[in-house]
Every structure is written in C-alpha cells, then in structure tokens.
Design a protein around this ligand. Structure first.
Ligand code: UD1
Ligand code: MG
Length: 452
C-alpha cells in the first residue's frame, strides 16, 4: 500500500512555537509514532504532507523512506491528499493517517486494510458517547452513505454517535478521480476528504468500516491537555503490559517509559521511575524510587537505590548502586560492584567486587577487582585541554580524599594514604602517601582578641 500522513495543520490550540506533530509523547515526536506504525505495515511509499513549520518537521524526522510534500496554503484534508496523489503508486491502495493521532495500533490498521480488500473504501469509525466535533457516519439500511461534518450537520445527524476517525483506506486510482471533483461549499469553506464517501457511493463502490479495540487509538492531539491525557493513557497501557509479564510495580500510575523497557523475571520497580531509550533489567533487579535510567543494562540481582541517575551504563550482576549514584556514559561495572551516594562514574570500567561507597568522581579510569575507593577520591582526568586515564590495579586500597592526577597508575595491591595527591605511579604492594608530616607545637598560644 501507499501511506499518506497528514501533518500540515498548525495546531493553534497548543499555544506553542513547536510544530504540533513534533510535540513529544513518551519522549518521541507525535509524527514519529505515526511513522513507526506506518513502517510496521511495510508500505511501498510513505508520503507526509507538511505545511506549518514544515521545514522544521522535515529536518527533525527526515529519512530515505519518506517523501515530503508541502501543502500551501492549507485548504482542507481533501486538498492535502490531492497534493500527494502524483507520488502514489496507482496500483496499490492508499492508507491515510493523521500526524497528530499517535497511538493507533498496527493491528487495527491491518484490520482496516483487510476490510478494504484492495478495491473498496474502508473507514475507521468509532462509537462515542460524546461525538461532538467529529464528522458523523451517515448510514441507511446499515450501509455507509456519506460523512457529515459537525458544523454542516442537522440535529438528527448530530445525534449520530458513530464518528469518522479520519483514518481510511481508498483505492488510489479512484482517489485520483474523486479528489479534483471536491467542492468547498460547506460551513468551513474547505475541501473535505470526507466527501469522497458520497462519491464512492455514487460510483457503486463498496464502503466498509472497521473499529479500533480502544477509543484512545484514534484520539488526536489538539491541546496540551489532550497531549497530557494521551501520555497518561499510553503510560498506563505500558505499565499494564509490564504487569502482565510479571514485573512488580509499586504503582502502575507512577512509572514513565519513554522508549523500550525489557525486564526479566521478578523485577521490582518502585514509584516515580523514568526509563528512556532502551533499558534492560535482568532477573531479580530492584529499582528504588525516583530513579532515572537511560540506554542501560542492569545485571541479574542488582539493586539500584533511590534517586540514582543511570545513563548509557552497563551494570553487572549483584551490584548495589545508590542512593544518589550517578553513572554516566561508558560506566561499565562488573559483578558485585558497590557505588554509593554522591559517586559519579564516567567512561570507566570497574571490575568485580570493587567499591566506591561515598562521594567520589571516577572518570576515564580502569579499576581492577576488589579495589576499595575511599570517600572523597577524585580522578583528575582533565588538565584543561585533554583527558587522561587513571589505572588502578587489582586489590589496591585508595585512602579517603585522594586525588589521582592522570595519567597515573596505582599498582596491584598498593595502598594510598588518605589525602594523597598522586602525580607519579604508585608501585604495587607499597604504601604511597603524599602529605605534609604531622607536627604538634607544644607551646603554641591561640591568638586572643585585642582590647580597644
Ligand atoms: C477531520 C475530519 C472529521 C473527523 C476528524 C477526526 C475532514 C473534513 N474531517 O476533521 O470527519 O471526524 O478529522 O479528527 O477531513 N490537515 C492538513 N491540511 C489541511 C487540513 C488538515 O494536513 O489543509 C491535517 C491536520 O494537520 C490534521 C488532519 O489533517 O492532522 C485533520 O485536520 P483537522 O483540521 O484536525 O480536521 P477536523 O476538522 O478535525
Ligand atoms: Mg482535528
């Protein structure tokens, strides 16, 4: 099939400078949700009709499989589809989607395509308790005869509760014949795509319909309130999926997945966690409250305590992270590693059983096994121009408040005394300390305030 996505509208009611279809739902632009659904159907072509903010939309989402068509001025949905007809394969049916309707299930679109059977017109319709604002489906003897827009409808038509979602499948050769015939003698003075229904009936072409499983699949975004409402619906649906797979959630209403979250068995996620990009949690992982995890993997049995921030990190098995830990891109932890409060790790490997439990910065470091990093340790990895590596070999003990001025190596089994500023390599097995010798002054008198 061909896919046409209508995305030229302005979205005035958003009160935002950003084009409406670039507003994010679950961390992804609305239009990208629609493009992903379209791609899942493996269409021959995807054409996107742009207008308001068109260049910005194109720049944000351009890809080799998209044909962008500009509609200027915007004279209605029928006019919008007419602009792309020359780009479509006339031998294949055309599926019309809206760039601001992000959550339609691919299975629903497949059902609609099945209804069209290549040659009929098929409309995705829905029964709504409150159909206000939508085009109504006018049937006689059960057959669809036409669509009437809210603003053009009489009282009897307004009472109809079956509405046009706007999503449809049409034979492309028929579309090419119908669209130039559309008039704009209606309440809005626009070329209505919906008028093709009456033209199909006049051509004795069958008009069929399919319905979505859930009403929210066809809800569009016209305001920030609707965007927020759809976000909650989407997040709830994702939480239900996780629960169904056996993930224990402290509160399914307080979880946000902005990407893909893959969980093993017996995973527990406490309240108010945000997952971005692709995150994998292995069997038995526990995530404490208020954590943010992005593009990371967490090994089996690891625990991440409250308020931790994990970005592009790989965490091994049975690690204990946080509370208040920060793992930045390139943090790679082995098994049973402990990273405690206010410890920041960036672009560093930390091997099995090593610990940095309090207040440290470990950047551009390679740390061996069973290393203990004392509180207040800092790798001075940046000299103001270049970054350098720190290597700490197995079984080293780094005393508190140590600065490791990179490039520098701490040998296997070495001990650094507290307060050391290490500027040269520390040999294995020895104590290295750089610290002024301690002295006590026996006859020292504390200054006293002078009397005026
Ligand atoms: C349309 C339908 C209505 C349906 C409703 C569902 C028509 C005439 N009416 O009405 O039956 O119930 O959607 O939400 O089609 N667009 C363009 N170019 C234009 C006009 C619109 O690309 O010139 C795009 C918009 O960006 C939007 C979509 O088409 O994504 C729908 O446009 P909108 O103005 O929201 O149509 P409605 O009046 O809501
Ligand atoms: Mg609309």
């Amino acid at each position: 099939m061909n896919v046409v996505i209508l995305a030229a509208g302005q979205g005035k009611r958003m009160h935002s400078d950003r084009p409406k279809v670039l507003q994010a739902l679950a961390g992804k632009p609305l239009l990208e949700h629609v493009l992903d659904s379209a791609r899942a159907l493996q269409p021959a072509r995807i054409c996107v009709v742009i207008g308001h903010g068109g260049e910005q939309v194109r720049a944000a989402l351009d890809a080799p499989d998209i044909c962008w068509v500009t509609q200027a001025p915007q004279l209605g949905t029928g006019h919008a589809v007419l602009q792309v007809v020359p780009q479509l394969d006339p031998a294949l049916p055309t599926l019309v989607l809206y760039g601001d309707v992000p959550l339609t299930r691919v299975a629903t679109l497949r059902r609609l395509l099945t209804e069209a059977r290549g040659s009929a017109l098929a409309l995705l319709t829905a029964q709504l308790d409150n159909p206000h604002g939508y085009g109504r489906i006018v049937r006689s003897e059960g057959n669809i005869r036409r669509i009437v827009e809210e603003k053009d409808a009489d009282d009897a038509e307004r009472a109809i509760r079956e509405i046009n979602t706007g999503i449809l499948v049409a034979p492309t050769d028929s579309l090419a014949r119908w669209l130039p015939k559309l008039g704009k003698h209606n309440a809005q003075g626009e070329y209505y795509l919906t008028d093709i229904v009456a033209l199909a009936v006049a051509d004795s072409l069958p008009v069929r319909s399919a319905q979505p499983e859930d009403a929210w699949e066809t809800e569009g975004v016209n305001s920030m309130a609707q965007l927020a409402a759809l976000e909650r619906i989407h997040q709830r649906a994702q939480a239900e999926k996780l629960l169904a797979l056996g993930v224990r959630l402290a509160d399914p209403a307080r979880l946000d997945v902005r990407g893909e979250l893959v969980c093993g068995r017996d995973v527990f996620i406490d309240i108010d966690c945000v997952f971005e990009g692709r995150v994998e949690l292995a069997d038995g992982v526990e995530i404490g409250p208020h954590c943010v995890l992005k593009n990371s993997t967490v090994g089996p049995g690891s625990r991440i305590a409250a308020f931790s921030h994990i970005d592009s990190a790989v965490i091994g098995a049975a690690c204990v992270i946080g509370p208040y830990a920060r793992l930045r891109p390139g943090a790679t932890l082995g098994a049973e590693v402990h990273i405690g409060n206010f410890v920041e790790v960036k672009n560093s490997r930390i091997a099995d059983h090593s610990k940095a439990n309090h207040l440290a910065y470990l950047g551009d470091a390679t740390i061996g096994q069973r290393v203990n990093i004392g509180a207040g340790t800092i790798t001075c990895n940046y000299d103001g121009a270049n970054k350098h590596r720190t290597v700490i070999e197995d079984d080293a003990f780094i005393g508190s408040d140590t600065q490791l001025v990179a490039p520098v190596t701490v040998g296997r089994g070495a001990t650094l005394g507290a307060g050391t500023t290490l500027t040269r390599d520390a040999p294995p097995e020895q104590l290295t300390v750089s610290r002024a010798k301690q002295l006590s002054v026996a006859d020292w008198k504390r200054p006293i305030k002078l009397k005026k």
